[in-house]
Every structure is written in C-alpha cells, then in structure tokens.
Write a protein that binds this ligand. Structure first.
Ligand code: ATP
Ligand code: MG
Ligand code: FE
Length: 357
C-alpha cells in the first residue's frame, strides 16, 4: 500500500508518500517539508493568519513535489491521509480540504488523522518497535507522556499544566534577547555557560501528580535576569545552561515516574521502550538525561531522526497506513470531518476514525 500524507497543522507545509510492502516493511518514498519559520521569526512566534495563507500558497506545489519525488503518480496511491487536528484551524482547513478534493477527484479513500497520533506512531515507522511503549512528546505546542497501547489505543498519563516545554525554551530565549525559535539558540548558547551558577527550581520534582509545569521556571529565569541586568554574554550563557539543567532534572524526574508506572501496568513487557518525539527532543542535554533515566530503569531509549520527530507528513501518511492495516479507516466519516483545533489523543481511541464527534 501507498499513502499520500498531508500536514498543515502549524508552521510546516508538508506532504509525503509512504509505502508498505507485502512483507510489512515500510519505506518513505518522499518527505517534503517547507518550514515557514522565516515568515514568523520577525513576530517572535507563529502568526495563525500568516500561517494559513502560506499553506494556501505552498500546499499544491508541495503535494506535487512529494508525488514526483516518490516516483508514484496519483493513480498508484491507495489513500490520502491529512492532519485534521489538533492545531491552528486555518492551516488544518487548508490541508484537510485539499486532501478531500484530491481524494474525491481521484476516487481514493480519505483519512482524517490526529496529528498527535502521527507523532505517537513514528517510532514504528523508523524503528519498528512493538506495542505497548511509552511516548514523551515535547514540542512547541505539546508536552505529554502517552502510553501507546495499539493503533487508536492511547492513554495520556501526563501533560503540562501551563506552558509546553518548547514554548518555555522560546520564551526564555526571547527574554534573553536570543532569536526565534529559541530552543536551538538556548542549547547553543548554553554550551559556553556554567550550569551551576543559578539554581533554578525543578518544577513538580518529586510530586505524586504525574504532570509537568514550566511557568514557574520561566518566572525564576526572568527574576534572575532582571536582578543582574544588563546581561553580559557570559551571563546569558550561564542562565541558558542553568535553565537547561533545571529542565533536564525536572523532565527526568517526571519520566522516571512514568517508567515506574509502565512497569507496573505492563509487567510482562520484556523489552520496554521510551520514545521521544517533538522538536525539543533535538536537545542533547535533555536527551542525555532521559537516556540515563532509561538505562537505570531497563528501558530502551528510542529517538527517531529529527526530521521525523518534528512536524512532517511522513508520520501522517504512516498513521494512515497503520489505520488501514488495522481496519480502522472510514472514508465517509473523513469526508464530513470538521477540523478540530483541540483533539486529545485519548479521544481517538475509538474503532472508527471520526466517530468521537
Ligand atoms: P506542535 O507542537 O504542534 O507539534 P511545533 O512546530 O511547535 O508544533 P516542533 O516543530 O516539533 O513543534 O518543535 C518546535 C519546538 O522545539 C520549538 O519550541 C523549538 O524551540 C523547540 N526546539 C527545537 N530545537 C530545540 C533544541 N535543540 N532544544 C530545545 N528546544 C528545541
Ligand atoms: Mg513546527
Ligand atoms: Fe507536532
């Protein structure tokens, strides 16, 4: 089977063709991603209206490029899968409507895919890992720990009660005068910093409640920066390094709790794994902290290639393939599906996509 995927939920316009051969081996035939970062950087964040217009302008060409790169023409595609939520509704409408038009014109099945399901299933495309496993999703819009039990069977164990982790990186960067998107710049700047200079709070560390929180840390950073302003380059580097150390420590604590719960709930799982996804998963300090936590708990640490960890359409096409294979695709429902800005992953845990309305 070959599925064409379309992703437009945030600031990437993306299309991809993924194939599954008779032996059950997946192959990414094409993966085209156009980032709008430059369009939004001057505003210091994603502007929904600008994003939606950029998707309108780019999507046709991106889909054509994905088909051309794949070597398959539309007639050889078995289904169209498009992100239908959660995300910025303007972009979702552009992607899903385009997918509906292609599917209707080419008389192909259509699937309305949950963006988070795409992130959740990527490790099966890249690493072929078996259910159940634990997913840590850390991006600009999401910070969640999810027990991935099967296709369409997800249980959210933890979420952030305030800022997403990527958002915390971006806001901290902005505060320190570093460019958007802040995550990579904070990491780079921290390389020259002293992580022990500031002892920032480790939000939620030790709490019985499994959730994350990052707004208190952000406030502590602001207070520290204000107290020593004007900031020298070394001050900025020290703050970045100390912030990153606090995040790593807090994250490792939250994840350790989830690993314990996983062991308790799936005692028979012989080869447990933690999968990380989302743009923040690029951060080497955080990765090292998570890796150590996994090693201590006897979990494999799975980190798919960054290109497939950040927003892309290969993960959407793949989610479509997983759904087709599991017999969960429902064409008619997808054609009448209305894009959803909010769409928790737990609520796609239904046998037929779209029936959660
Ligand atoms: P969504 O949340 O809807 O999946 P998004 O576009 O916000 O979409 P991604 O593209 O996966 O998410 O990730 C972008 C986020 O990752 C930004 O907040 C960015 O600052 C952060 N990020 C990227 N690289 C790093 C890094 N090296 N360290 C920390 N954070 C990073
Ligand atoms: Mg993005
Ligand atoms: Fe995403």
């Amino acid at each position: 089977i070959r599925v064409l995927g379309i992703e437009t939920s945030c600031d990437e316009t993306a299309a991809s063709v993924v194939a599954l051969d008779a032996a059950g081996t997946p192959e990414i035939l094409s993966n085209v991603v156009l980032s709008q970062i430059a369009d939004h950087a001057v505003f210091g964040g994603v502007v929904p209206e600008i994003a939606a217009r950029a998707h309108v302008e780019a999507l046709d060409g991106i889909v054509e490029a994905a088909l051309a790169d794949s070597g398959a023409d539309l007639a050889e595609i078995d289904a169209i899968a498009a992100t239908a939520g959660p995300g910025l509704v303007g972009g979702l409408i552009v992607g899903l409507m385009t997918a509906k038009a292609i599917a209707a014109a080419a008389e192909k099945p259509l699937m309305a895919i949950n963006h988070l399901e795409g992130h959740a299933l990527t490790a099966r495309l890249t690493d072929g890992i078996a259910f159940p496993y634990l997913l840590l999703l850390v991006s600009g819009g999401h910070t969640q720990i999810v027990a991935v039990r099967g296709v369409g069977d997800y249980q959210r164990w933890a979420t952030t009660i305030d800022d997403a982790l990527g958002e915390a990186f971006d806001k901290t960067a902005k505060m320190l005068g570093l460019a958007y998107p802040g995550g990579p710049n904070v990491e780079q700047t921290a390389l020259h910093g002293d992580a022990s200079r500031f002892s920032f709070p480790r939000p939620m560390k030790g709490a019985a409640q499994p959730d994350f929180s990052f707004s208190g840390l952000k406030t502590a950073v602001r207070q520290a920066a204000t107290a020593i302003a004007p900031l020298s380059d070394q001050d900025v580097a020290d703050i970045c390094a100390s912030f990153q150390a606090a995040v790593a420590d807090a994250l490792a604590d939250r994840v350790a709790r989830a690993l314990d719960r996983f062991k308790a709930e799936f005692p028979d799982k012989a080869d447990p794994a933690l999968v990380v996804a989302g743009g923040v998963a690029a951060n080497r300090t955080l990765k090292a902290a998570l890796q150590a936590q996994c090693a201590a708990a006897g979990f494999a640490f799975v980190s798919p290639p960054l290109k497939l960890c950040t927003d892309n359409a290969a993960m959407i096409a793949w989610a479509g393939i997983e759904r087709l294979r599991a017999g969960l695709a429902d064409n008619e429902d997808a054609f009448s599906f209305v894009p959803r800005s909010r769409w928790p992953l737990d609520s796609v845990s239904t046998p037929v996509i779209g029936s959660g309305r």
